[in-house]
Design a protein around this ligand. Structure first.
Ligand SMILES: [Ca+2]
Length: 410
């Protein structure tokens, strides 16, 4: 009898242990990673919002929320080519929009136009940045949010302005509260300007510093001079000071030898900086940017480089791409690494599939039916584009310029 109850006790114990193990192995993780859990969704949003902070560089990728297609049961990633793309026109009758930036509130974007106007997509409110000189290709060209925008509401702009007898470019900071821009602070001034070749893209890097692309302002030799702010990628603190670890001591210059760079983005995994750049006629480039390096203009273009200059990772010499904004499709469920490059003269978004070394394996033109594309952004499961058919070089349709959303679906 004693032995039987001992056996029963052991069996009961085993069953209890099995149930306990089953609970830990399957039930608890399911509860923790339920994608419909509102708490998890909140966590994802915070992660998105903080993606520019230095801490995030080494953190593990976020679990996907509802906005991204999930991987299948076996954990296989999705192929970019197999994605369905649903097109929605979000805004029409824009006037040469240069950049769009998500405001972290549902369906709200800030759109900036070359003429100095700032549009809130959600409220439709329109503001004008003071002092913008929209001459030739100059004007209000760049916008980015402070990494802690939700706390401090700081927005940065890059614009061309008239000063003394000529044109210069300037980066300023505003506060954006209650649908109004106020408290303008100059971050960096007197970047050489001209009616063309003004660069103009700005963004905060994963290191928390502000990066700025500047053009040669029509004077190519300035690009090789590290004491000039023209033809460069600059790196500054949020207040416009020079970081101690910049490549040239006390100097905002991060890389040089650029002609007219207009795209700026960091690899979502490696954190490396990529920039697009207009070449002369064709000879347009995508470069992997390293601190202190010389990208060749005007001595060399594309891959003619002797060893003292950096070669681009992509060069367009057989047609004119005229590349502008660039972004990565940073979607966790997607196989591979995908860089998108907006093409003006190229009338497309160029899709570059990158290998582990961060250089292109394949390329294809996407979205070729909208004319000139000034900027492209990926945000929470969708690609967003803005056309530039009213910039004086395109053939606009009645509803141009437009902002288009391309939702990616499994
Ligand atoms: Ca080059």
């Amino acid at each position: 009898m004693k032995q039987i109850s001992k056996k029963v006790l052991i069996i009961v114990l085993i069953v209890v242990l099995l149930i306990g193990w089953f609970g830990i192995r399957f039930l608890i993780p399911r509860m923790m990673f339920n994608p419909n859990d509102p708490a998890l969704e909140q966590g994802n949003q915070e992660n998105e919002e903080n993606q520019d902070t230095p801490d995030n560089e080494n953190s593990s990728p976020a679990v996907n929320g509802e906005d991204s297609p999930a991987t299948d049961a076996e954990g296989e990633k999705l192929s970019f080519d197999e994605m369905e793309m649903e097109i929605t026109v979000l805004a029409e009758n824009l006037e040469v929009p240069w950049e769009i930036i998500p405001l972290h509130e549902e369906d709200d974007w800030m759109i900036i136009q070359r003429n100095g106007e700032v549009i809130s997509l959600k409220s439709g409110e329109l503001f004008t940045v003071d002092g913008v000189s929209s001459i030739g290709e100059g004007g209000l060209l760049g916008v980015t949010l402070h990494p802690d925008y939700n706390g401090n509401r700081q927005v940065y702009f890059y614009y061309t302005t008239r000063k003394n007898t000529g044109l210069v470019n300037r980066v300023v900071r505003y506060e954006f509260r209650n649908d109004t821009l106020s408290n303008e602070t100059i971050i960096v001034d007197d970047i050489p300007g001209n009616s063309n070749h003004n660069g103009g893209r700005i963004a905060f890097g994963p290191d928390g510093y502000l990066y700025i692309t500047t053009g040669d302002a029509g004077d190519p030799q300035l690009s090789q001079q590290t004491d000039s702010l023209a033809g460069k990628i600059l790196r500054l603190t949020e207040n416009g000071e020079v970081p101690a670890d910049n490549p040239f001591s006390g100097n905002p210059v991060y890389s040089y030898g650029h002609r007219n760079p207009q795209g700026l983005v960091w690899h979502p995994v490696t954190g490396e900086l990529y920039a697009s750049e207009h070449g002369p006629r064709s000879m347009d480039e995508v470069n992997l940017i390293q601190s202190g390096q010389n990208y060749g203009w005007p001595e060399v273009t594309c891959n003619q480089a002797p060893t003292e200059y950096e070669d681009p990772i992509a060069c367009y010499s057989d047609f004119t791409m005229a590349p502008s904004g660039i972004d990565f499709v940073d979607m966790e469920a997607l196989e591979g690494t995908h860089l998108l490059v907006a093409g003006l003269r190229g009338n497309q978004v160029r899709h570059l599939s990158l290998n582990k070394e961060g250089t292109p394996i394949t390329q294809e033109p996407l979205f070729t039916e909208y004319g000139r594309i000034r900027s492209v952004r990926y945000y929470e499961g969708a690609i967003y584009l803005i056309t530039n058919n009213r910039d004086g070089r395109g053939t606009p349709i009645d509803t141009d310029d437009r902002m288009i959303k391309v939702t990616l679906r499994q």
